[in-house]
Design a protein around this ligand. Structure first.
Ligand SMILES: Nc1ncnc2c1ncn2[C@@H]1O[C@H](COP(=O)(O)OP(=O)(O)O)[C@@H](O)[C@H]1O
Ligand SMILES: [Mg+2]
Length: 301
């Protein structure tokens, strides 16, 4: 059946912040690269740069930002056509990133910058530039074309919105993952995400469906247990009311763990993924990476 040498490209999306998108995206990328020995590129599309700072030192990031080798510069080059373009995907990609083990050999990063905030709203205007050559939603796709074949997986950490930057990520995505805290408020927007992304995909003649919903920052309390029970049985809010099938609920559930919260510190000097995440969260995140891998493999064969 369908087989190509292009990677699986997975966006991690939720309209809410603080639900573990970045943590889960980074960990899955690390697990795929280190434990499953896949060639992985992580793209940080969030101006908050949390994934970037999780994977490289602030010093390294600062250098790249000043040299204009971040996602922000990629968009700036397309917006300010009168300036000489600076972004060069080969220079921007940092190889062998992670705080673990002095870097993970197969894990690369395309870093973000806080300056991306300045461009989000201006991306749509790219199409008004005299002599523009590219659709505002194809900027990332075009930039990555020369490097995509090197990877088996591309993981995209998205900002908490479905704006132009996220859409640039979705444009190249083969699927997406919805991390959520299993409580009522956090699961509220999932139905909208699925509908919205589906119609975005349809605009390009593509089927763009979630691989699944993953419970993050899970605590041992009745509320979390009840919401996860509903998710497990496909009974999430509007999906069941409208009789639309709910996305799969991943078997793996990521516990709220103190080591995970600490893991974001790039200078912690950690030796293994087990010490970065703590054994319980390590096992859940490893399991999640295996579930994602199995689903992606099944799509190819
Ligand atoms: N499983 C977890 N256990 C403990 N803290 C977590 C966990 N997942 C995320 N966090 C913490 O919660 C905060 C928000 O997580 P983050 O991944 O940045 O969310 P998002 O990308 O959705 O905004 C961060 O401080 C992060 O360290
Ligand atoms: Mg984030």
């Amino acid at each position: 059946m369908y087989r190509s040498n292009l990677p699986h490209v997975l966006s991690f999306i939720n309209l809410k912040g603080g639900v573990g998108k970045t943590t889960t995206a980074v960990a899955v990328a690390e697990m795929l690269a280190h434990e499953l020995r896949k060639r992985v590129l992580l793209i940080d599309l969030d101006p908050q740069t949390n994934a970037t700072i999780n994977l490289i030192s602030e010093k390294r990031w600062d250098e790249l930002d000043r040299e204009g080798q971040t996602i922000a510069q990629l968009f700036e080059d397309k917006i300010n056509l009168h300036r000489k373009p600076k972004f060069d995907v080969e220079k921007a990609i940092v190889r062998g990133v992670s705080t673990v083990d002095g870097g993970i050999a197969r894990l690369d990063l395309l870093p973000s910058s806080i300056r991306l905030i300045d461009f989000e709203e201006r991306i749509a205007m790219i199409s008004y530039n005299p002599g523009f050559l590219i659709s505002p939603l194809d900027v990332l796709r075009q930039a990555l074309e020369p490097v995509l074949e090197r990877y088996e997986y591309v993981i995209i950490d998205c900002p908490p919105s479905l704006g132009s930057v996220t859409k640039n990520g979705l444009r190249i995505s083969t699927g997406y993952v919805i991390p959520t805290i299993p409580d009522i408020v956090s699961t509220w927007g999932i139905y909208q995400i699925v509908q919205n992304v589906r119609s975005f995909g349809a605009r390009f003649g593509r089927v763009l469906e979630p691989l699944g919903i993953v419970a993050t920052k899970v605590q041992r309390n009745n509320l979390h247990a009840r919401v996860m029970e509903d998710l497990f049985h496909g009974r999430l809010g509007k999906f069941s009311e409208e009789g639309v099938p709910q996305p799969r609920f991943f078997k793996s559930r990521i516990p709220l763990a103190v080591d995970v919260a600490r893991g974001g510190d790039a200078d912690a000097g950690l030796r293994t993924l087990k010490s970065k995440y703590g054994i319980e969260a390590y096992e859940a995140l490893h399991e999640l990476a295996l579930e994602i891998w199995a689903l992606c493999e099944a799509r190819c064969h």
